[in-house]
Design a protein around this ligand. Sequence first.
Ligand code: FE2
Length: 496
Amino acid sequence: MFIFETIILNITTIKIIEVNMSIQATAAKLLFKLPKPILSKIMKSIPKSNNPHYLVEKPWHLKGNWAPVKDEIIVENLEIKGEIPKEINGMYLRNGMNPVSGHSDHWFFGNGMLHGVNISDGKASYMNKYVRTPYFDEDMGMMESSFDLKASPANTHVIRHAGKILTLEEAHLPWIVNENLDTIDSYDFDGKLDGPMTAHPRVCPETGELLFFGYQMMKKPYLTYHRVSKEGVLVQSEEIDIPRPVMMHDWNITRNYVVFMDLPLVFDINDAVSGSDPFGFKPECGARLGVMPRNGSNSDIKWIDINPCFVFHPMNAYEEDDKIILHVCRQNKAMVGGMDEIYGGEDSTGKLWKWTIDLTSGICSEEQIDDRPCDFARIDDRLVGLKAKNGYAMALDEKAETLTFDQYLYKFDLENNKRIDHDLGNNVFGGEPIFVPKFDNSSENDGWVMAIVYDANISKSKLIIVDTENFDKKPISEIILPQRVPFGAHGSWLSN
Ligand SMILES: [Fe+2]
């Protein structure tokens, strides 16, 4: 994920030119124009880590339960506490960073490892496998992988659409895996996708379409929108004008619109080449939401100013009359202390906010609706882009110096701005909560929330199953996983 920061950090080690920043930037741009084989050779000659600090002390993302696991295993008949409801049949599948060498320069750069828990007839089994892309096969650094759309870490999310399971990262193409988690191939939608794909596409529950965007830093278009039919055919791609390259990790859809978030976490090649952090939070650049009809184009976008902020993950968005309502995990700032400070501190940790866009007036009102630090927000996937009452998020510890998952999962009543806490217990750390409906046609109140959590008291990871209507009660079942699952990113419930 976030490829360009490492590209640039490494460019500084090449010492192309040390005269002034503008010349460096020009040199860097020229470097990127070299023929790919030559560029690859140069990149491979660069040490993966140029940070001597890492050589003497492990960074936070390689310690404790962030540390990678070595073994790929398959284990049947897992230990279960409580009882798994017989209606639960499918696979809980989660992606996350797990550097194959044991080292990565940044949390974002580890190789994607999938952790799957298959559940049927009240029993559970576990398997974990790397996503075997060229990034894995050649143990690449992000620098090398930057010039090959197929060389994805594939480490951020995993979804299913049109019968394909896609592993995702935001600077490359998706990669297909099968139900045994074996890697099949990269996927460019039959040659129609020639740029990166976000790790946060949305599947419309009404049309079955897959909607997504791609963003890039080094050249225009900085942003591109794509629409894929229910059958998996890429039917529309639109270049979107934004004034400068920004980190755009996630976005929003509604029944008729998509909403881009042009937020001021800005990429600056001059900063990057000079050895500073390539991304800077620059509130002076302003912040905007771009509302575009789902089959519209750049000229149809209505850009609406909001107060400068950053959002890694929205919870959901929907339309009501001539308004669009969004719930987002909003941070006042982002990465102010540098790339390693993904979260940390009150200002840089998300809280749940409600944005109401009035499409007639073009004004967005902003309201904080909860003060608990949280992120990795989700809803019932069958209500994405529609009005959902229940939202879920994982607690973060905003007092910690680095990204730290906390001991709560939260359920939000989005109609009444209320929160219910699920306390995982002391020394138990959360994961992204995913809703699993009881039946295909049951309501969002009838089902379970699943999450892989880490219980430091017993040094084990568990898949917990919490009844959504008894969210503050103990899990109805806990599946003890046969090996530790490092803290990771996003996942999906794939029903059978
Ligand atoms: Fe994400």
